[in-house]
Write a protein that binds this ligand. Structure first.
Ligand code: ATP
Ligand code: LTN
Length: 332
């Protein structure tokens, strides 16, 4: 029998999770977990590359882990852990940093974007962020990394670093491949449908995974459409309406053509009611499970601690191998 491959992915606890995170990433993670050895990580070290309020960061880290479980990630199947609980991530980052060029990091578009948006805090961590991401991935001998299209450039850098390191020190790392979903890869903002829905944007631009039904209805009712009245899938000329159609399609599996045919002759009001119904129904089981989990702090802490131990086992093994290859003296 063929050995199961390993997948790794990470999500930042930098805000409340959105419908975009769910459709583009989380629900696929749950679907992949039985087929692969899966490592899912709440990347709090990455989150502090922009200023975070300590109490909020602590709370959101716990909430993000609980939401991942509520989305179907089973801690008995996947290793679901908090990045700072496995210090090897930071330690491998150093070794990889010494094998990464400034020029490579300067080309990263996320660095250029984020340093423009946070011009008062262009810190060294923001610059070296992709090296930490490479360490996350390479510590677990990852074969595949399920990510949104926005992370492709970081994955290419990870591959370059792994290949360079292997070239200098002999085969140490598995060189990972990206796994980018073809459907639902980009849910757009409700207010500016030309931009992706993002958890660090204002409240009314995204659906949070914990929004109640009234809030979901209100946000969708206010979603930007256009001055026509025809329900047609045309992302270029009708980005708002097309985004709403895409959301229905991603959540029900119906094609956008079928949805349009079904709704022919109806207005945007009816379309919005349909989107709200579909979103509320899709999120309800996850929200019920989240409510149950978040109240059970003891269970969450136990999962975190056991998962960190499982992750650390492999992380330590890889790091020891790296230290030996580099020539760091062993200790008794
Ligand atoms: P931020 O807005 O703070 O930069 P984010 O919402 O992009 O964060 P991340 O934690 O960076 O969230 O990403 C988690 C995963 O969700 C990534 O794989 C990313 O590609 C995916 N993702 C994020 N936003 C969307 C979206 N609007 N549509 C589809 N996938 C998304
Ligand atoms: N950079 C990613 C989050 C992230 C990640 C990872 C994704 C950190 N480490 C390792 C995949 C694998 C982001 O901003 N979405």
């Amino acid at each position: 029998m063929e050995e199961k491959k390993t997948i790794f992915s990470g999500i930042q606890p930098s805000g409340g999770l959105t419908l975009g995170n769910y459709i583009g990433a989380l629900r696929n993670w749950a679907l992949l977990q039985n087929e692969y050895h899966s490592y899912y990580c709440v990347v709090n070290l990455h989150a502090v590359t922009v200023r975070q309020e300590p109490a909020a960061l602590r709370r959101r880290t716990r909430e993000t882990a609980a939401l991942l479980m509520a989305c179907g990630i089973d801690p008995n199947v996947s290793t679901l852990f908090i990045q700072s609980h496995v210090p090897e991530h930071a330690e491998l980052t150093w070794a990889l940093s010494c094998n990464t060029y400034m020029g490579e990091l300067m080309r990263m578009t996320q660095f250029k974007d984020k340093s423009a948006r946070h011009s008062d805090n262009i810190n060294a961590g923001l610059f070296t962020y992709p090296v930490l991401m490479a360490a996350d991935i390479l510590l677990y001998m990852t074969d595949l990394v399920p990510i949104g299209a926005d992370q492709k450039q970081h994955l290419e850098l990870t591959r370059d670093i792994a290949q360079r390191f292997n070239g200098v020190y002999g085969d140490v790392f598995t060189v990972p491949e990206p796994l980018i979903s073809k459907t639902g890869g980009r849910v757009m903002s409700l207010q500016e449908p030309e931009r992706k829905m993002s958890k660090s944007d204002p409240e009314d631009t995204f659906i949070s995974l914990v929004d109640d039904p009234d809030t979901i209805r209100r946000k969708i009712k206010r979603a930007v459409t256009d001055s026509e009245s025809e329900i047609r899938f045309d992302p270029e000329n009708k980005p708002g309406v097309s985004n709403l159609l895409n959301i229905i399609s991603a959540l029900t599996g119906e094609s956008t053509d079928d949805i349009c045919a079904d709704m022919a002759g109806q207005g945007y009001g009816t379309l919005k009611t349909r989107v709200a119904d579909v979103v509320i129904e899709a999120l309800a089981p996850m929200q019920a499970e989240y409510k149950r989990l978040i109240g059970d702090k003891e269970y969450l802490m136990k999962v975190q601690s056991e998962s960190a131990e499982k992750a650390a086992y492999l992380a330590q093994k890889t790091l020891r191998k790296v230290q030996k290859k580099i020539g760091f003296a062993a200790r008794l």
